[in-house]
Design a protein. Structure first.
Length: 547
């Protein structure tokens, strides 16, 4: 809130206004800050779409990033997706980039600095990269790596010794479509993680009809492509089950792909954010098939029934009612689908303050996390122009106890005010101080690692799940955490934000509580595990018990 607004409050309310002013100023001074620590952390990565000028959708849409622990030492490493020069798509003058750009892996040194280990790890793919997701697909205890591309995707198996092996063809995951968002989920609950890969458009470099203001043709100028669902066979390979599972849509234009139990029935559903057309919400029927229920649940379109240019989906229980809500950044006002618990959603971006904050930007990635540890999930949103290299400020919206979001971006320090062409983003505690930091990949620019300074002034707990009957990553688990009268619910999901992957450890802010009364874990296998009277301000590991 500006000083002018505060002064107006005082004039209109008299003495109570001074009390309100003091309260608001205290909250502003006590607000955590976001400090750009990229250079200090030793991260030199700069994204490059492979050309001198952004001239098409392929160059515009990339790319994502990931927080994950690739070497199993307990702290978060970073994977970053890069672009490439593509013959026939990139301009001729960009040829100097041919074969020179690659993705990057940075190992966390345990002291808030990182070391580039891309070459020794063997994960420096040189394709036109889009998204990254990580998961232990073979349940051997380490995190494997899937990267989608314009062109063949790449899948790396973690060898457990700091190196990876490209097993894309061996695993059956190679295809030549325009891969974009993707997500791991165990849709049939057999204990092995399956993979849903979103595909975008049938890009034609020779098609050049467009409005001058847009600089190049938009998504509706091209045919869409079908997404793909791969079933994990449990032997290191996958089988394409797209058609028999009921998720074949030949004219889809996927951007972000996410999965969660949206109806609390114990199995995992899939939400696909489509560009310039309706979204898909695939309800898991529990028999290996899905049904698209986006229209009847009111998640297919925006608040006025319009097809939005949806970029990504993010899940969170905004008002602590135990039901998962969906946040979808887009080209206009963004969407907030509030779960009614009665089988449908209400679009509430205007009523919750999201539309007013996002309306002047093009929003791409949303991350739902408790920035200030008050027990309510807040929202980070990355922004950037879709057709030009024009930077925009990112946003941080504080959750007002489930009643709406308040834009506090201007209160978070000078580093957060810088303008970039934002794309993918992820959250995670890279410095192990208890609060959640931000990783933001910017198009054709440097990365930003934003350290949360002050979020841990209030209490917290972080929970690392290990499945035994369930998949080892425990993707598909639900945690209910009780402190006093407050019950928070979080889900262990795969992909998070636009084309990205956040910390798999599940984080809760606890406010002034120094102890958690109860933690209830519902595992994908159906096992229910309860822990009581757990001390705050620690990372705990919870292993799934035998039935």
């Amino acid at each position: 809130m500006s000083h002018k607004c505060l002064y107006s409050v005082i004039l209109s309310t008299g003495f109570p206004g001074f009390i309100l002013l003091a309260s608001l100023l205290h909250a502003q001074q006590d607000r955590p800050k976001l400090v750009d620590t990229t250079q200090k952390a030793g991260i030199a990565f700069v994204h490059n779409f492979g050309d001198d000028e952004m001239s098409n959708l392929v160059e515009s849409n990339a790319a994502g990033c990931a927080f994950f622990d690739y070497d199993g030492d307990g702290d978060l490493d970073i994977y970053l997706v890069n672009g490439a020069y593509i013959e026939g798509i990139s301009h001729v003058r960009g040829r100097r980039n041919r074969g020179r750009l690659s993705n990057a892996l940075y190992r966390n040194n345990g002291n808030s600095t990182f070391t580039d280990v891309t070459a020794e790890a063997g994960v420096g793919h040189k394709g036109m990269g889009m998204a990254v997701v990580t998961a232990d697909y073979d349940n051997d205890g380490d995190q494997d790596l899937f990267v989608s591309n314009y062109g063949p995707n790449v899948f790396y198996r973690n060898n457990g010794d700091g190196t990876f092996t490209d097993i894309t063809i061996e695993a059956g995951l190679e295809n030549n479509l325009y891969g974009i968002g993707s997500t791991f989920l165990d849709y049939d609950q057999d204990g092995f993680l399956d993979l849903y890969v979103g595909n975008y458009i049938e890009y034609d470099p020779d098609y050049q009809y467009f409005y001058a203001a847009n600089r190049f043709p938009g998504p509706l100028a091209y045919h869409g492509q079908p997404d793909l669902l791969y079933h994990n066979n449990g032997d290191g390979t996958f089988t394409d089950v797209t058609r028999q599972a009921g998720v074949y849509q030949p004219e889809g234009r996927a951007m972000g792909v996410t999965s969660c139990d949206l109806d609390n029935d114990g199995d995992w559903d899939i939400f696909v954010s489509n560009d310039a057309m309706e979204n898909y919400l695939y309800r898991n029927n529990g028999d290996g098939t899905f049904t698209d229920i986006a229209l009847q649940t009111a998640t297919g379109f925006g608040q006025s029934g319009e097809a939005t240019s949806a970029m990504s989906g993010e899940f969170g229980d905004i008002d602590l009612d135990g039901f998962v809500d969906i946040i979808v950044p887009d080209l206009a006002y963004s969407c907030l689908y509030k779960n009614t618990g009665a089988g449908y959603f209400e679009e509430m971006s205007a009523r919750m303050g999201l539309a007013a904050a996002c309306g002047q930007y093009t929003s791409w990635s949303g991350n739902f996390f408790d920035f200030d540890h008050d027990g309510f999930g807040d929202l980070f949103i990355s922004n950037g122009h879709p057709h030009r290299l024009i930077g925009q400020e990112d946003l941080l919206l504080i959750n007002n106890s489930g009643n709406g979001f308040i834009n506090v971006s201007h209160e978070l320090g000078a580093d957060f005010q810088d303008k970039f062409v934002g794309r993918g983003s992820a959250t995670g505690d890279f410095d192990d101080d208890g609060d959640m930091d931000l990783l933001v990949l910017n198009l054709n620019d440097r990365l930003r690692l934003l350290r949360n300074d002050g979020g841990n002034k209030k209490n917290w707990i972080m929970i690392h799940l290990i499945g035994t009957q369930s998949n080892r990553n425990a993707i598909g688990s639900r945690i209910r955490l009780t402190t006093g009268e407050k019950v928070q619910t979080r889900w262990r999901v795969s992909s998070s934000g636009y084309l990205s992957q956040s910390d798999y450890r599940i984080h809760f802010g606890l406010g002034d509580y120094t102890q958690v009364d109860q933690i209830e874990v519902l595992w994908p296998s159906g096992n229910v595990q309860t822990l009581k009277d757990v001390e705050a301000n620690q990372v705990i590991t919870v292993k799934e018990p035998a039935r």
